[in-house]
Design a protein around this ligand. Structure first.
Ligand code: SAJ
Length: 426
């Protein structure tokens, strides 16, 4: 089978390579000339374990080629970005998806399958993509098989998850679903779940919304604990021992390109019926301010001058700082200008990040932990020898509990600051 993939990013590229290494002829298309050049030389332009070796295997077998032009094929897979628009409800920007579909239209032939993998607002396949193909003179389900097949892989484990995760195959008609199943069965070992395009779209969005809403509940619990002087982390630990309860982990906010983006696509499609999703988003986006305010209170209380920020990525053990609440907090502290700020993150290489831990913590009064990197779990007493005062504010609950500190503050015991303020204002 000949497959053309449109978009050679985090999802399109591994997908293209997977098909190529399962004996399919794949043309990878992207608008970026430099990406095409890099790939054809056997190098990948993004960080993903194992991907470069797989690319080289595909090129050597003569199964994969990258180019800027679309050409005729049996199947077309669209895996392009869908950012939020800058409108009232941050709706789904379909520009790249529409461009991708339009680029395929001149090469479409009867019997072809068109698959959209990009995360899209509910009903997009039916209401936007289908009409585009029909206007070109084809009947969906008869001439052309149209499918939405959302990706659900975790960066860092993409090759494994592409193969072993379950996969939703959402056809516009039953025959479309069958066509999609035939294609993904080439390499997917997980279950291929037959569905409709619209249900597939909403399922993908709800998977990330489910996490966002549950993290919001945990973050709200932190604020309740702060008001009532009750340890929210202890409550979560106990509550989760109930066999049917799974409260998520609170933190400095929700980042990344999925949880902080996808819920808005549902909200924008149906604003009147989504108060819960909207409130969850509001709670999670309020967390950087909450942490900023508490940090200021803490520094005022200890008469500190310098803060060392530990971690600026959107989550632990990744190098991704896009949509990172940790970075937002670091920026706020720098803009605020009240304290000297140094930033340490062993996963991120930027000139504003201090590479040496001892240098980053020299004369510091407070360690502010904002990402749950494994390195921070292994900090020992000797590492802290340059600190002026030994205060820690750990928003990710990862700091080793055995260390002797002046005071350890987490999102569980944060209420002590309110008590301290009451005392100092007497
Ligand atoms: N976070 C919390 N508390 C938690 C869990 C996460 O505050 O209990 C925060 C993280 O620190 C981070 C954000 O939420 O800032 C998102 O992290 P994540 O690990 O939950 O998710 P992503 O964005 O890296 O990847 C998600 C995954 N979706 C689900 O687990 C439902 C992944 O499978 C999807 O492929 C991906 O979104 C996507 O592309 O949609």
């Amino acid at each position: 089978m000949k497959i053309v993939t449109i978009g050679l990013g985090y999802i399109g590229l591994p997908t293209a390579i997977m098909f190529a290494n399962h004996e399919q002829d794949v043309i990878g298309v992207d608008i970026k000339e430099d990406v095409i050049e890099t790939l054809n030389k056997g190098h990948v332009h993004l960080e993903e374990p194992g991907l470069e070796a797989e690319l080289q295997k595909a090129i050597e077998a003569g199964r994969f080629k990258a180019q800027t032009q679309v050409e005729a094929a049996d199947a077309f897979i669209i895996a392009v970005p869908t950012p939020n628009k800058d409108d009232d409800y941050k709706s789904c920007d379909l520009t790249y998806v529409i461009d991708g579909v339009k680029s395929v239209l001149p090469f479409l032939e009867k019997g072809n399958t068109v698959i959209v993998e990009s995360t899209i607002a509910p009903r997009t396949t039916e209401d936007v993509v289908k009409p585009l193909i029909e206007e070109a003179g084809f009947t969906i389900g008869k001439d052309i098989f149209l499918v939405h097949c959302p990706e659900r892989v975790l960066p860092g484990k993409i090759l494994h998850e592409l193969k072993y995760n379950n996969r939703i195959i959402g056809g516009v008609t039953d025959l479309c679903t069958e066509a999609g199943k035939k294609i993904y069965s080439i390499f997917v070992e997980g279950e291929l779940i037959a569905s409709s395009a619209s249900a597939a779209e909403l399922s993908k969005l709800m998977e990330n919304t489910y996490r966002d809403v549950n993290i919001a509940l945990a973050n709200e619990l932190v604020k309740i604990g702060d008001d009532l002087n009750i340890d929210a982390l202890e409550v979560i630990e106990m509550a989760n021992k109930h066999p049917r309860v799974n409260i998520h982990s609170p933190g400095p906010g929700v980042g990344g390109h999925c949880l902080a983006v996808d819920p808005y696509f549902i909200v924008a499609s149906t604003p009147e019926t989504t108060p819960l999703i909207q409130t969850a988003r509001a709670i999670n986006t309020s967390m950087p301010d909450f942490v900023f305010d508490k940090t200021k209170e803490l520094m005022a209380h200890i008469h500190g001058k310098k803060i060392t920020v530990l971690g600026v990525t959107y989550k632990g053990n990744v190098d991704d700082i896009r949509e990172s609440p940790a970075l937002e907090i670091a920026h706020k502290l720098i803009e605020d200008g009240a304290y000297q700020i140094s930033i340490f993150d062993p996963h991120v290489d930027r000139d504003w990040i201090e590479k040496d831990f001892k240098e980053a913590t020299r004369d510091s009064d407070l360690l502010l932990v904002l990402s749950d990197h494994n390195e921070f779990k292994k900090i020992v007493e000797e590492d802290l020898s340059e600190m002026k005062q030994l205060y820690v504010f750990d928003t990710k609950n990862v700091f080793p509990s055995e260390l002797k500190l002046d005071k350890y503050t987490s999102l569980g015991n944060i209420a002590w600051l309110n008590e301290a303020q009451k005392v100092s204002s007497l």
